[in-house]
Design a protein around this ligand. Structure first.
Ligand code: ACO
Ligand code: ZN
Length: 165
């Protein structure tokens, strides 16, 4: 059953289902240089469906966010071991950007990782990706580290994180 979380005009923001994955992989191929195996998409959807969200307009997939959970050292507390949500990937097709879809995807993924009782939420983003950095900052993500040559082409990443309540 489709779970519609939010509508933005004619855009439905809903949880992804297995039948959405091919279209989501196509969006990823068009928009980002980091790609993943079919199995990886399937496993993220199986493990954290609450934070695997798709944006759809009249049956066309236009954006997605997918996440996972991990246990590890806190990005905020010294010596703290916490449950963390991790944004693996988010993208909106170029022609559908700047309409609030990215914002809605992040918002719903935050709700999803809160449902799973994560203490923190984090991600890596290219230091040059101002659009994405601004989007995350709106939700209170702060830059916690700069990861040297994190990407295959040698670019650094910012590690950005928020504490959840
Ligand atoms: N009219 C005009 N502007 C608007 C409207 C509107 N109705 N709604 C939102 N905006 C503005 C926002 O205020 C924001 O502007 P600002 O950054 O100057 O404040 C801007 O549009 C973008 O916000 P959204 O519309 O919510 O986000 P968008 O749907 O454009 O998606 C995203 C942002 C996902 C980063 C997109 O640019 C993208 O897909 N980029 C390529 C892939 C990418 O870089 N992904 C992130 C990689 S990092 C990772 O995956 C962990
Ligand atoms: Zn990551």
């Amino acid at each position: 059953m489709q779970v519609i979380l939010k509508t933005l005009g004619d855009c439905n923001i809903r949880r992804a289902e297995p039948s959405d994955l091919i279209s989501i992989m196509e969006i990823n191929l068009k928009t980002l240089p980091e790609h993943y195996s079919d199995y990886f998409y399937e496993s993220l959807l199986a493990e954290l469906p609450e934070a695997f969200i798709v944006a759809e307009i009249a049956g066309k997939h236009v954006g997605y966010i997918m996440c996972k959970t991990e246990f590890g050292f806190s990005n905020f507390k010294k010596l703290g071991f916490v449950k963390k949500g991790h944004v693996v990937s988010i993208a909106v097709l170029d022609e559908y950007r700047k309409k609030g879809i990215g914002n809605a995807l992040v918002e719903e993924s935050v709700n999803g990782v809160k449902l799973r009782k994560c203490d923190e939420f984090y991600l890596e983003v290219r230091c040059s990706n101002n659009e994405a950095v601004r989007l995350y900052e709106k939700f209170g993500f702060i830059i916690k580290q700069q990861l040297n040559a994190y990407y295959r082409d040698g670019e650094d990443a910012y590690l950005m994180a928020i504490e959840l309540d």
